[in-house]
Write a protein that binds this ligand. Structure first.
Ligand code: ZN
Length: 337
C-alpha cells in the first residue's frame, strides 16, 4: 500500500511539474515580426547627435511585447546578410569603402563618425546595418510562407549599388528581391514606398529591370534632389494632409498592382510623413499613417500577395508611435487573435 501511495505521489508530483511548465501562449497576432536588439546602433553616445532615432526599433518592439502583440511565438531573429548577398546589388569597391570612417560618416551623414576608428564602426554600425538588412530578407521569406511579415528595421531606400547616402548603407529591399529571384521563390516584385523622401537608391539599384516595379509617393521639394525616375512617382506638395494622401494612394493601388503583377510586395513604410517631422513637411496624423498601412496591407491580403513591411525614416519624437500604430493596423488586417 505504501508502495502504491508513493507511486501515486510521484505521479502527482510529475503532473504538477508538467502543469507548471505552461505552453507559451499565443500573442494577440500571428503576424511574424523580425527583430534583434542588435539592430541598435551605438557610438559611445555620439549617435544622439544624429537625427535618426536609433532606439526607434527597440521602442516599437518593447511596446508590441508589452501590449501582447508579440511574444516568442511570432518573434523572429534574422541572420545577417552574407558578403555574397551584399554583392547581389553592391559593388566590391563600395563594400570595401566601409572600412574607412570618413566614408561611413559621409554615407550616414554623421560627420562625428569620421573621428571614430574604422574597426569600432565595423561592429557598431556596419554589422548592425547588415543584420537589419538581413531582417528584410528574413521577413520576405516568412511572408512567402504566411502571407505577411514585418521587419522592425530596413527600408534603407537611399543606398545605391556603389554609394550610400541619407542614413542608408545597404539596399536591403533590392538585395532581398535578387536573392529570392535567384532561388526562384519569386519572379516579380512591387515596392510601395510611402516614406516622405523618394527611394532614389531603390530605383537606381533596380533600374532597367522589368521584373520589379517601384511606386513612390513622396514630398517634391525635399531631399533627394534631383529625383530619380522610378516606374511611378507621385510628388506631393508640402503640407499634404491625410485625406489627400490616402485618396491618392487608394486610387493608385489597382493600377500599380496591374502594372507590377507582383509575387511579393515590399512596403517602405516611413513615418517621416507625420506632421512636424524635422526632415519633411507632409502633415499626416497618427490615424492617417495607420490607415495608410492598413490600406496597403488589406489590398495585398485581398489579392493574396505576400506583404513585407519595412520601417525606413521617421525623425520626429513621436515617429516610433506612428510606426507602432501602423504595425498594429497591419496585424489587425491579418486577424487579431
Ligand atoms: Zn525619409
Amino acid at each position: 500500500m505504501v508502495k502504491y501511495l508513493s507511486i501515486i505521489g510521484l505521479l502527482g508530483t510529475l503532473l504538477s511539474a508538467c502543469s507548471t511548465a505552461e505552453p507559451i501562449e499565443s500573442a494577440k497576432s500571428s503576424v511574424p515580426v523580425v527583430y534583434s536588439k542588435e539592430y541598435k546602433i551605438s557610438l559611445l553616445g555620439l549617435e544622439k547627435l544624429h537625427p535618426f532615432d536609433i532606439a526607434k526599433y527597440d521602442k516599437i518592439y518593447a511596446q508590441l511585447k508589452k501590449e501582447g502583440w508579440v511574444n516568442e511565438k511570432n518573434s523572429h531573429t534574422p541572420e545577417t546578410l552574407t558578403r555574397k548577398q551584399l554583392r547581389l546589388i553592391h559593388t566590391e569597391a563600395y563594400i570595401q569603402s566601409w572600412k574607412k570612417s570618413r566614408n561611413l560618416a559621409r554615407y550616414l551623414e554623421a560627420p562625428q563618425m569620421a573621428t571614430i576608428p574604422g574597426s569600432l564602426l565595423q561592429n557598431s554600425v556596419v554589422k548592425r546595418f547588415q543584420l537589419a538588412s538581413g531582417g528584410t530578407l528574413h521577413a520576405a521569406r516568412l511572408a512567402l510562407k504566411s502571407g505577411v511579415a514585418v521587419n522592425l528595421g530596413g527600408g534603407y531606400h537611399h543606398a545605391k549599388p556603389d554609394s550610400g547616402e541619407g542614413f542608408c548603407l545597404i539596399a536591403d529591399v533590392p538585395i532581398a528581391i535578387r536573392q529570392l529571384q535567384q532561388e526562384k521563390k519569386i519572379r516579380r516584385a512591387l515596392i510601395i514606398d510611402t516614406d516622405a523622401h523618394q527611394g532614389n537608391g531603390t530605383i537606381v539599384c533596380l533600374a532597367n529591370d522589368p521584373s520589379t516595379y517601384s511606386f513612390s509617393m513622396h514630398e517634391s521639394g525635399i531631399y533627394p534632389e534631383p529625383k530619380e525616375k522610378g516606374d511611378w512617382d507621385i510628388g506631393l506638395a508640402a503640407g499634404v494632409t491625410d485625406a489627400s494622401f490616402l485618396g491618392t494612394l487608394k486610387k493608385s493601388l489597382p493600377t500599380m498592382f496591374a502594372r507590377a503583377r507582383p509575387d511579393i510586395v515590399f512596403h517602405v513604410a516611413g513615418c517621416d510623413t507625420l506632421a512636424g517631422d524635422p526632415l519633411a513637411n507632409i502633415a499626416m496624423t497618427h490615424e492617417g499613417i495607420a490607415k495608410r498601412d492598413a490600406m496597403i496591407a488589406a489590398y495585398c491580403k485581398k489579392k493574396k500577395i505576400p506583404y513585407v513591411m519595412t520601417m525606413a525614416g521617421g525623425y520626429s519624437k513621436n515617429a516610433w508611435k506612428a510606426q507602432y500604430g501602423g504595425i498594429l493596423e497591419v496585424m489587425k488586417v491579418y486577424g487579431e487573435k
